[in-house]
Design a binder for this molecule. Structure first.
Ligand code: CAA
Ligand code: FAD
Length: 387
């Protein structure tokens, strides 16, 4: 077992940290207040290779490994979780699936555009009536008689980056009677007729990321833009989420790290009863527990990243590793951010300090890319072999 990072991993970690500290952290509070999408920063992050960290150089990415991706996500999310969300969708949810299942043309056209930061990507699985129970989707795709295109009618909710995305990976049923086995994946160009966006959702946290409903009405998707084979869509969606959940775990670690570091500084400086509050045992207990949970979350997340890298060689699944990392790290982030607010007293509740933002941002990590209940279900099903 070797906990030493490689030179490349250290380089991407430092590049992400530099950008996060100098370009993201100074604007995070302002963007949170205005709910403005950080388009300029996303383009710059593309230039730095942060929008396609695991994408090979031949498709416009940085060509690094999953551990490098996790390290960069932690740094970016510690500065601002909204940037982390946008980065995660581009890297994990958009690029990963196409790299694994796409044709050479699809990789050259779609992955290159997103990995370079030139365009924004999105992933459309959830529908108004089906979130956790994703396979019960109502969106439909029908192959044309001449076999040249699919006619897609779909309504998808909560699509992260939806208001700005040029391309989406979208799931629709080509054979409704087959349930999960009838779902097919498509790559959608949002500039084609039949595509429309709903209003941007007002949210509790990650407010600078933008989420909206999208609708496809008789949208014509060329057969060449189908991702994988007909009926393979649900497995593609789940495989993409296996990897995506490691990214969300890393986002949670980033938020938790920022909340812990703010608390540590405050405990050293703030005085009450004539002493620094960090001298009180009840505050020390909080700090000790925060630090221990933070490092446990980090290790589980890095372990899941390592398991994904091993899986590339062995073909083994890393589903449970990703679910455990996301479950633990998201709940740790929520708990640590909660403690951070308490430790800051009144200032923890004030918009003058960033901890109230960490508290609001942490919550989403327990909900998207599968709620904590769904992660527990995935882990327990695998452990027991029961359903
Ligand atoms: N990899 C490959 N195949 C998988 C798989 C995986 N991880 N998980 C399931 N499958 C396969 C199963 O083997 C099965 O195929 P077979 O019948 O051939 O064996 C098929 O898929 C159906 O599986 P299940 O019967 O287990 O499916 P289910 O209906 O019980 O659902 C679930 C399983 C885990 C609950 C799944 O629906 C799920 O993950 N739900 C949560 C949805 C979710 O995470 N949404 C996130 C949206 S994206 C997002 O949120 C992005 C963002 O915020 C930024
Ligand atoms: P429901 O499935 O209705 O769940 C409601 C409650 O019931 C939850 O607590 C849930 O855990 C619980 N529950 C459900 N089933 C079970 C069960 N079997 N056992 C125990 N408890 C259960 N989706 C996308 O496709 N793309 C995106 O880019 C995207 N971005 C998002 C961004 C934001 C800000 C948000 C809020 C959501 C986003 N989502 C996205 C959707 C997200 O993945 C879903 O909200 C999530 O999977 C939960 O689905 P739901 O909201 O329908 O809740």
């Amino acid at each position: 077992m070797d906990f030493q990072l490689t030179e490349e991993q250290q380089m991407i970690q430092e590049a992400a940290r530099d950008f996060a500290v100098n370009e993201i952290a100074p604007v995070a509070a302002e963007l949170d207040a205005s709910a403005e999408f950080p388009l300029d920063n996303i383009r710059k992050m593309g230039d730095l290779g942060l929008m396609g960290i695991e994408v090979p150089d031949s498709y416009g990415g940085a060509g690094l490994d999953t551990i490098g991706y996790v390290l960069a996500m932690i740094e970016v999310s510690a500065a601002d979780a909204s940037h982390g969300t946008i980065m995660s969708v581009n890297n994990s949810l958009f690029c990963n699936g196409i790299l694994k299942h796409g044709s050479e043309d699809q990789k050259q056209r779609f992955v290159r555009a997103i990995a370079s930061g030139e365009e924004i990507g999105a992933y459309a699985l959830t529908e108004p009536q089906s979130g956790s129970d994703a396979s019960t989707m109502k969106s439909r795709a029908v192959l044309s008689e001449d076999g040249s295109h699919y006619l897609i009618n779909a309504r998808k909710s909560w699509i992260t980056s939806g208001p700005y995305a040029r391309y989406l990976v979208l799931f629709a049923s080509t054979k409704p009677e087959a349930g999960a086995k009838g779902i097919t994946a498509f790559i959608i160009d949002t500039e084609e007729p039949g595509f429309s966006r709903g209003k941007t959702e007002p949210k509790l946290g990650i407010r600078a990321s933008a989420t909206c409903e999208i609708e496809l009405a008789d949208y014509r998707c060329p057969v060449a833009h189908r991702l994988g084979e007909e009926g393979e869509g649900f497995k593609i969606a789940m495989g993409v989420l296996d990897a995506g959940r490691i990214g969300i775990a890393a986002q949670a670690v980033g938020i938790a790290q920022a909340a812990y570091e703010a608390s540590l500084s405050y405990a050293r400086e703030r005085k009450a009863f004539g002493a620094e509050i960090g001298t009180f045992q009840m505050i020390q207990q909080k700090l000790a527990d925060m630090k221990t949970k933070l490092e446990a979350a980090r290790l589980l997340t890095l372990h899941a990243a390592w398991a994904k890298q091993q899986a590339q060689k062995t073909g083994a699944r890393f589903t449970v590793d990703g679910s455990m990392a996301k479950l633990f790290a998201s709940e740790a982030a929520m708990w640590i951010a909660h403690q951070a607010v308490q430790l800051h007293g009144g200032m923890g509740y004030s918009k003058e300090m960033p901890v109230e933002r960490y508290f609001r941002d942490a919550k989403i990590t327990e909900i998207y890319e599968g709620t904590s209940e769904i992660q527990r279900m995935v882990i327990a099903r695998s452990e027991t072999g029961l359903r």
